[in-house]
Ligand binder design. Structure first.
Ligand code: FAD
Length: 510
């Protein structure tokens, strides 16, 4: 019978994407009569096993699941994240932070950055980081929860995310999904059956010979894209002309160096290196373009730049930047790496899974699988990938580096049209427009555009309503309010111990 709610969902893959969608669907829809979810995964194939830094939207995801934050932090050995520090991206020796949350306060109806630009004209040389509570707290190694009940304090607007152990996160979600009734099947999918008339996927055959049938199939099979790519043949749109990095080598190391609540990205001759400090170790990786560097050299650079003893063999991964032309085709919805991949420069992949789940919930199908709803899902997904791509390309395009062929390529590449317009607009007037609720806010664009050294030719005329003395006094007041608030915040270490999120006994260093 048509127009009946889908009641049997099959998820292929038990990586972060598979368990995230299993946990949410079971939580939100598990109570519907006859509704069931089966998740098939293969331990022999394994998961990608990286993906440890997130953005603030993860906090809402945890809330939706009804997760206690400290349980989550302890079980995943998580730390807090207040932004990303970009080191050597503009030129060697330079660094800036892309913090979460906002800069300063908007005044006279215009954004704070215009007053900051005016202040620069009057000789206020402090970087814009000084006007962000997240950036200043991160540098000081401090953390506290935001206090919306204190609207006049900078802490009211603090935004945060987490850095966690990917393996532990999958286990954490798996437990939640299991408790909500998701049935896990271990085994390798070796054959996929399709309806001969419609091409819809009707079932999966496992290596053991057993079969799984369903109505809606969620492809979380990782880079293999088993259902969407391999079976339904949805083409991959390659964006490597804009994002030429296609390889990564990842290795954990023991704790060492400074452990701020911050992810660090350090530019390297043919890519960049990540550093994600957790409670029990540091996750590190080197993302690079194989056209410009071989894996031995990339591994050597990574191993030379660690803050602690190496804890495992380096792992190599290959990928292509881009996305599947359609994330939803027939009765298959792809989430995670099977839908596309954009390098982890702004920690957006887990968020893309999260927003894909939200979209799927909004457009959850009947068994007639309305083309209209599928088209909506696909156009929103496409836009989201495109917006994020443009934000990532900005980091490369706006670099001053010319010391290697890789950086010369990046500097000279032709920016996608939307990004080119954004850069031109910012350069001429300091104006930024957030298109159709795109993921990155004006504040994020401000952080990276100014951080990468783009200099606006002018600022909003309204900023002139404040004269020199008033402008400098207000800027100083904001800096002092932020510095004063940060000095009252506990260190992250202390915060975790006090709130019960620390994995070690009180008194030990994280
Ligand atoms: P996988 O983890 O690859 O899971 C695929 C699943 O499918 C596995 O369970 C596998 O066993 C199963 N499977 C595949 N084929 C079959 C089959 N035939 N039969 C049965 N099961 C099968 N994201 C962030 O948000 N932040 C980051 O900091 C970040 N860093 C990253 C760094 C790198 C180098 C890379 C490559 C990615 C990074 N990501 C990051 C992305 C993030 O890791 C992924 O988005 C996330 O882990 C989701 O992966 P997945 O579940 O789609 O795929």
């Amino acid at each position: 019978m048509k127009n009946q709610p889908v009641s049997k969902v099959v998820i292929v893959g038990g990586g972060t994407a598979g368990w995230m969608v299993a946990a949410v669907l079971s939580k939100v829809m598990g109570g519907l009569p006859g509704f069931s979810i089966e998740l098939v995964e293969s331990e022999a194939i394994g998961t990608v096993g990286v993906g440890e830094a997130t953005i603030p939207q993860i906090v809402s995801f945890n809330r939706l699941l009804g997760v206690d934050e400290m349980d989550f932090v302890r079980e995943t050995h998580a730390t807090y994240k207040l932004g990303i520090e970009f080191v050597d991206w503009v030129r060697e020796g330079h660094s800036y932070i892309h913090p979460f949350g906002s800069f300063g306060i908007d005044m006279l109806g215009i954004e704070f950055r215009h007053f900051w630009l005016r202040g620069q004209e009057f000789g206020a040389g402090e970087p814009i980081d000084r006007y962000s509570i997240a950036a200043m707290a991160a540098k000081a190694g401090r953390f506290d929860w935001p206090r919306p009940d204190r609207p006049r304090s900078p802490i009211s607007r603090l935004a945060y995310a987490f850095q966690f152990d990917a393996g532990r996160y999958a286990q954490f979600l798996r437990r939640i999904a299991g408790e909500a009734g998701v049935c896990r099947v271990e085994g390798e999918v070796v054959e996929i059956a399709q309806d001969p008339e419609t091409g819809f996927v009707s079932g999966l055959k496992l290596a053991s010979g057993s079969e799984i049938h369903g109505e809606l199939f969620i492809d979380c099979s990782g880079f293999r894209s088993l259902l969407l790519g391999r079976t339904l043949g949805v083409p991959f749109i390659d964006w490597s002309n804009w994002l030429p990095c296609d390889s990564a080598v990842a290795v954990p190391c023991a704790l060492g160096g400074r452990n701020e609540p911050l992810t660090r990205s350090t530019a390297r001759p043919a890519g960049w290196q990540w550093r994600i400090p957790l409670q029990h170790r540091i996750g590190n990786g080197h993302v690079f373009a194989s056209d410009h560097m071989d894996r031995e050299q990339a591994t050597a650079i990574l191993l030379e730049n660690l803050d602690g003893e190496v804890l495992a063999e380096p792992r190599h991964l290959s990928f292509t930047a881009g996305r599947r032309a359609r994330a939803w085709e027939k009765n298959v919805v792809a989430l995670g790496l099977s839908a596309g991949f954009l390098e982890p420069l702004e920690s957006t992949s887990i968020h893309l899974v999260q927003s894909g789940i939200a979209r799927l919930l909004t457009l959850f199908p009947d068994n007639d699988f309305s083309e209209l709803e599928i088209a909506r899902f696909n156009s929103e997904t496409e836009k989201e990938y495109r917006d994020i791509r443009d934000f990532l390309v900005l980091h490369y395009k706006a670099s001053e580096r010319e010391d290697t062929e890789f950086w010369r390529y990046c500097r000279n590449l032709e920016a996608p049209a939307g990004l080119a317009e954004k850069i031109a607009m910012f350069r001429s007037s300091g104006r930024i427009f957030r298109e159709d609720n795109e993921l990155f806010t004006e504040e994020s664009w401000t952080a990276v555009m100014l951080g990468q050294g783009l200099a606006p030719g002018r600022y909003h005329p309204t900023a002139r309503l404040l004269d020199r003395t008033e402008t400098l006094a207000r800027l100083q007041h904001i800096r002092e309010a932020i510095a004063g608030t940060v000095s009252q915040m506990p260190t992250q270490d202390k915060f975790l111990r006090r709130q019960g999120g620390a994995i070690k006994t009180p008194g030990t260093a994280m």
